[in-house]
Design a protein around this ligand. Structure first.
Ligand code: ADP
Length: 467
């Protein structure tokens, strides 16, 4: 940044200084030449005048050279052949010498040229020559010269001003730029050091926000929001793992205890072995269900469980599922009814939707007393299908209702487990999976109401579901 900024400034300053220098030089030389020109013209005019007035040639030449006052210039008048007639030199050995013949003017224009002086001090002289033709046969050469020292000195001074001022300005810009860059990037450095300190174990840390109103402050705030979201999902993930291992531990513990007890003595009754095997069988079934549910959720979370949609009839799916549930419900003398309604063509993942319905029915069966009733209803509006699962069960406690869709949440852990004989996970995952399936289809799953008379869940699915 500093390099760019100083480079640009250097370019601008150099172009600017060069421009000013050339302009000043041009102006100085022009003024200088104008002064010399005035002297040449004055001498020519006076010479012509004096000669026309009838003065003798030497007298006219003498007055032409001495009448005017030009203290810094040397002047001389030569005849047409280049012989010096009279000259007025300056005390410091500056003479108006006649330039090389080839460089002399032909007409009466004034010709300028630079020539070295007689002193060996490298001083350049500005020499102006003019030919004055009085008659056809009589002409004179007027030469005026002036040292260029003053102009060169002025220009040298200008050069040295630029040569010191430009580098000084650039140096200042360089250090100023470095300082500014350091100062404005300091928060970035601080942020990156802060970010380096943050790890999975310290996701609670946040980046420092120096000024919440500037861009870097906003960047830090955005980063902090991201951290907060990450922290939240990290906590959820950890909770999920902790809950999952807890759920898996219980059946394993039961199996372990049951086998230890049976193996304590070498000989047992057959009925005892059968009892233990029955316990192992039930617990492995439970383990199996939990692992399957966990697998479904894990794949859903990682986006690996994609929907596999195809066309089918929703009413047929509900009829089939209700029939399957009725077998389980029958054991508890619970009736499952599906009052056939409309024909409901639908496009979606049939297997997942079946699982959703089974999870809901499974819960209803688990929480409904013998002799109770489960009713399924299918309705349709222009754009949605709604499936209602209602039971006459125990209901969900009011304080538990907001949490039932959370993973591993159980309203009444002891009771649910003891009732767990219908193949339900009993791990509090059934409703989270059902909820995910409804949402994956662009729909929703809600608890409509639940009290001591029973519970009612409602699934809403967009009717024109496409892939
Ligand atoms: P679980 O696998 O334990 O059934 P769910 O996620 O399916 O877990 O349900 C969460 C909790 O919500 C259950 O433990 C239960 O207490 C409550 N619940 C769900 N459905 C019903 C219902 N129809 N009647 C009463 N309680 C229910």
């Amino acid at each position: 940044m500093t390099l760019w900024h100083t480079g640009t400034l250097a370019f601008v300053l150099i172009v600017f200084s060069l421009g000013v220098y050339l302009l000043a030089a041009n102006q100085l030389y022009r003024r200088f030449d104008a002064g010399v020109r005035t002297t040449v013209e004055g001498i020519s005019r006076l010479l012509a005048y004096e000669l026309v007035e009838g003065e003798s040639e030497p007298q006219a030449i003498h007055s032409a050279l001495n009448e005017h006052y030009f203290p810094d210039q040397a002047a001389a008048i030569f005849d047409a052949q280049g012989h010096l007639l009279e000259e007025k030199a300056l005390p410091n050995n500056i003479h108006a010498d006649l330039p090389n013949r080839l460089l002399l003017p032909d007409g009466d224009e004034i010709r300028f040229l630079n020539a070295p002086g007689r002193n060996n001090d490298n001083e350049k002289l500005r020499v102006a020559t003019r030919r004055v033709n009085l008659t056809h046969e009589k002409s004179y050469l007027i030469v005026v010269s002036q040292g260029l020292t003053e102009v060169s000195n002025d220009l040298a001074m200008l050069r040295s001003v630029f040569l010191t001022a430009v580098p000084a300005a650039l140096l200042l810009a360089w250090f100023g730029g470095l300082f500014l860059a350091r100062k404005s990037l300091a928060p970035v450095l601080e942020m990156s050091q802060g970010a380096r300190r943050i790890s999975a174990e310290s996701l609670g840390e946040r980046l420092p926000i120096t000024n919440p109103r500037d861009e870097l402050g906003q960047l830090a705030a955005t980063f902090n929001e991201l951290l907060a979201r990450l922290q939240e999902s990290f906590i959820k993930q950890r909770q999920f793992v902790a809950d999952a291992s807890h759920e898996l531990r219980t059946p394993l513990h039961i199996i372990h205890t049951a086998t230890e007890v049976i193996l304590e003595r070498p000989q047992r009754e057959v009925s005892e072995y059968q009892e233990t095997l029955a316990i192992i069988n039930e617990q492995t079934r439970r383990l199996n269900k939990i692992v399957e549910d966990l697998f479904t959720l894990a794949r859903a979370d990682s986006g690996q469980r994609k929907l596999e949609p195809h066309d089918f009839y929703l009413d047929e799916l509900i009829t089939e599922t209700a029939r399957a549930a009725a077998v389980l419900a029958g054991r508890k003398k619970i009736s499952v009814e599906f009052g056939e309604t409309v024909e409901a063509p639908y496009r979606g993942d049939e297997a997942l939707l079946r699982q959703m319905l089974l999870n809901l029915l499974d819960n209803s069966i688990k929480h409904t007393h013998p002799g109770g009733q489960i009713v399924l209803r299918l309705g349709r509006t222009d754009s949605t299908y709604s499936v209602v699962v209602a039971d006459t069960g125990t209901g969900i406690p009011v304080e538990a209702q907001p949490h039932i869709f959370e993973r591993f949440y159980r309203a009444d852990k002891a009771r649910t487990r003891s009732l767990n004989e219908n193949g339900g996970s009993g791990a509090g995952l059934g409703l989270s999976i059902a909820h995910w399936i409804a949402e994956a289809h662009g729909g929703s799953l809600n608890l409509q109401h639940s009290d001591h008379t029973g519970s009612q869940f409602r699934i809403t699915l967009p009717a024109n579901q496409v892939d």
